[in-house]
Write a new protein. Structure first.
Length: 367
């Protein structure tokens, strides 16, 4: 029996091993900072203060966290069906179109809480629609989901640039963006939530979509672990041939799982489009779809783990911006290196330390 198949307690699998990987990533990041003549402890202090030290810093951190929760859930749902959805970036981009169209159509006539359900539906439907063709090609034609979803990211980028430059642009303006939504199309900030903790949100765009993201976490947990369809998805992930032999409808399961995945990715646009910018802009996704892959890997594709991993990357994004300001020698490129080390050890090399942990655990178990 290989060490990968040796059963370990959940607190080791989902707690200790990820924590050890994370500590190793931060240790190597500290060596990178030290190698350029800066103090790793000072850098860590600025990183924490810049992301969690003030009300507005926490607001920005949670703003980034919200986007990463949506895209992390998107990747996780596909993972549980044995699919690797690399297309969350493009699905979120197109989802922004659905959210923006809902806001543009309704913001003059109704308050935000009436517009919000239509924006949610628009973002989810457009994101799911963008995942439909890769899902169909995988289920019916055997096309690899990784290849098709990557290609659809590029198609989405070209499509959105065309629409914003030629169709949705405000007449007489040069900026490729829609008009600014009126108050009826904007998601309000969560000032009241921050005020409960005695914090001032300031200019941070932390908004209602954070609460929507938490609701989605709970619904995804229900779907995967408390429904028949979730059981079929997990069976398909473990053994496609056994699942098909047992009567799991492969085509239906793949397509529905990808539709849900695309819909969750599309809902990320609520945070950036309706919550922060109050308009649809070029490249508003800003890589959140790809970060969602790392978030899902680090969170072991579980909603609770995804929330924690999304928070970590929110801290790295916001704290990294403050760190590069306080320590000019630590450039944005070096912040990307630190993020890459976290992804490498906590995601891609998640089982690197497992053999040693298994041996130590077995020795203690025998004793």
């Amino acid at each position: 029996m290989t060490t990968a198949s040796v059963p370990l307690p959940n607190w080791i699998t989902y707690g200790l091993i990820p924590l050890m990987n994370l500590m190793l990533a931060f240790f190597l990041s500290g060596l990178v900072v030290w190698s350029i003549g800066e103090s790793p402890w000072e850098a860590l202090k600025f990183l924490i203060q810049g992301s969690l030290g003030r009300g507005d810093a926490i607001g920005f951190t949670l703003f980034y966290t919200t986007s990463f929760i949506f895209t992390g859930l998107s990747v996780a749902v596909a993972f549980h069906a044995g699919l690797f959805n690399i297309g969350s970036e493009g699905q979120a981009y197109v989802g922004g179109l659905g959210a923006a169209l809902a806001a543009l159509a309704l913001d003059r006539y109704v308050p935000w809480y009436v517009t919000m359900p239509f924006a949610i539906a628009g973002a989810a439907i457009f994101g799911a629609a963008w995942a439909l063709i890769p899902a169909w090609l995988q289920a019916k034609r055997g096309s690899h989901i990784v290849i098709t979803t990557i290609m659809f990211n590029f198609i989405a980028a070209a499509l959105m640039v065309y629409l914003l430059v030629n169709v949705l642009i405000v007449p007489g303006k040069m900026a490729p963006e829609t008009r600014t939504f009126l108050e009826g199309g904007q998601l309000p900030k969560l000032d009241w939530l921050m005020a409960l903790f005695g914090l001032d949100l300031g200019p941070a765009p932390f908004n209602v979509s954070f609460l929507i993201a938490l609701v989605m976490c709970y619904l995804v947990w229900l779907l995967i672990w408390r429904t028949k369809f979730g059981y079929e998805m997990r069976t398909l992930d473990i053994s496609p041939s056994a699942a098909i032999y047992a009567g799991v409808p492969y085509v239906r399961t793949v397509i529905i799982a990808m539709l849900i995945s695309g819909g969750l990715a599309g809902m990320m646009a609520l945070n950036a489009v309706n919550g922060a910018a109050a308009r649809l802009q070029v490249e508003f996704v800003a890589g959140a779809g790809f970060v969602g892959i790392a978030v899902s890997l680090m969170g072991r594709s579980h909603p609770v783990g995804i929330i924690l991993a999304a928070l970590l990357f929110g801290i790295l994004y916001q704290g990294g911006a403050d760190l590069s300001f306080e320590m000019p020698t630590i450039t944005r490129d070096m912040i990307v290196v630190i993020q890459g080390l976290v992804i490498l050890f906590a995601g891609a090399l998640e089982h690197m330390l497992r053999p040693a942990v298994v041996r130590i655990y077995q020795q203690f178990a025998k004793a």
